[in-house]
Design a protein around this ligand. Structure first.
Ligand SMILES: [Zn+2]
Length: 198
């Protein structure tokens, strides 16, 4: 329907979450007609980020360093480890400024139906880290969804074998809820009132 390059751009924009054919088409024409400079900046930023960003060798969060700034910081409490499902959850905690420990990012949750097992989440790496003895408490901050809870249970089993204290964010995280929908005050309550996990 469109010339090949325009069509290619529309198809590429559909890679964005929540963007269907109509939105992709609108974005493509907006960029080509009204913001070519922005479009070039977007293309360059995307390429640079995709090529330069990898995973922290310590916590798996996204970073262009070998080890991320949080893991490297001497101001962070390295004995408290908060397990989250995504790098955006780390940002939520950091923006709220309610937590001074370190993180471990799973990039998802256990989901046998999708073929996602422990190794896909780096749980073998997490286990090794717990065995090293530096971590004294692990805070489970996976989402309050069925898969998030199942993942929390699995990790608590690993942690029990290593003698690490396991806690879970306090209620206040709505059932079925994801961290990104929490405001700072609720998140502060959830982390400060965390409870022993079984
Ligand atoms: Zn890190």
């Amino acid at each position: 329907m469109y010339s090949p390059l325009i069509d290619q751009l529309i198809q590429a924009l559909k890679a964005l979450p929540g963007v269907g054919p109509k939105s992709a088409q609108r974005m493509a024409f907006y960029l080509l007609e009204h913001n070519q400079e922005g479009a070039v900046g977007l293309a360059q930023a995307l390429q640079a980020a995709v090529e330069g960003v990898g995973r922290c060798d310590h916590c798996q969060t996204l970073t262009e360093e070998t080890t991320c700034a949080i893991c490297q910081s001497t101001k962070r409490d390295q004995s408290t480890l908060c397990v989250v499902e995504s790098p955006s959850d780390v940002s939520i905690f950091e923006q709220a400024g309610v937590y001074s420990g370190v993180y471990f990012v799973l990039h998802g949750h256990l989901s046998p139906i999708d073929g996602i097992g422990p190794a896909d989440l780096g749980l073998d790496i997490l286990e090794t880290r717990l065995q090293q003895g530096l971590v004294k408490e692990i805070v489970l901050a996976t989402n309050s969804t069925v898969q998030g809870e199942a993942t929390a249970h699995y990790i608590s089993e690993i942690a029990k074998d290593t003698g690490v204290v396991v806690t879970r964010l306090a209620q206040g995280v709505p059932l079925g809820g994801e961290l990104e929908y929490l405001d700072g005050g609720t998140l502060a309550h959830a982390i400060n009132s965390r409870t022993r996990f079984q």
